[in-house]
Design a protein around this ligand. Structure first.
Ligand SMILES: Cc1cc2nc3c(=O)[nH]c(=O)nc-3n(C[C@H](O)[C@H](O)[C@H](O)COP(=O)(O)O)c2cc1C
Length: 139
């Protein structure tokens, strides 16, 4: 089943500087083989990534990424079956912070503050779908 996983994480010292180009190279090579598509965005010392693909392969990809020491504190914000890909033409698009609109920046900060607070409820799914749509506008 085709699904989409989205997460936020914090860039570690190992993930700074040149590391990003290595991450992108690895991601694009593996994702092309695995038929995984998506978007990676670096923002305020955080990564935001959406990954799309078929069940087991997507889960294995996310599992590898979650153990990567170039980031830490992963928070899954989206994990849903999808009818079609939002980023069908990208093995992994890179969005840099200067490409983010004020609206997108606001959305990222909003979701981050919602999910980072241990006492808060997970944001309502409709909110997350809206969030995803904001990022699909890049496509
Ligand atoms: C922020 C971030 C995003 C990543 N995105 C992907 C990805 O989309 N696909 C992928 O296969 N690996 C991705 N990686 C790299 C994996 O964590 C892992 O290093 C890589 O898949 C191992 O590939 P290899 O076994 O071919 O060397 C990412 C790593 C980081 C830190």
């Amino acid at each position: 089943m085709l699904s989409c996983i989205g997460y936020l994480s914090s860039v570690t010292s190992e993930g700074k500087g040149d590391a990003l180009s290595h991450i992108m190279e690895q991601a694009r090579r593996r994702n092309a083989l695995d038929d995984v598509t998506g978007l990676l965005c670096e923002f305020d010392g955080n990564f935001l990534q959406f990954l799309e693909g078929e069940g087991d392969i997507l889960a294995a990809t996310f599992n590898r990424i979650s153990h990567d020491t170039r980031h830490s504190g992963l928070i899954k914000i989206f994990d849903e079956p999808i009818a079609e890909r939002g980023f069908p033409t990208w093995s992994m698009a890179l969005i840099s912070h200067n490409q983010i609109t004020d609206d997108q920046a606001l959305q990222i900060r909003r979701v981050r503050s919602l999910t980072l607070s241990p006492s808060s409820q997970a944001p309502h799914l409709a909110d997350l779908n809206d969030f995803l749509k904001v990022f699909q506008m890049w496509n």
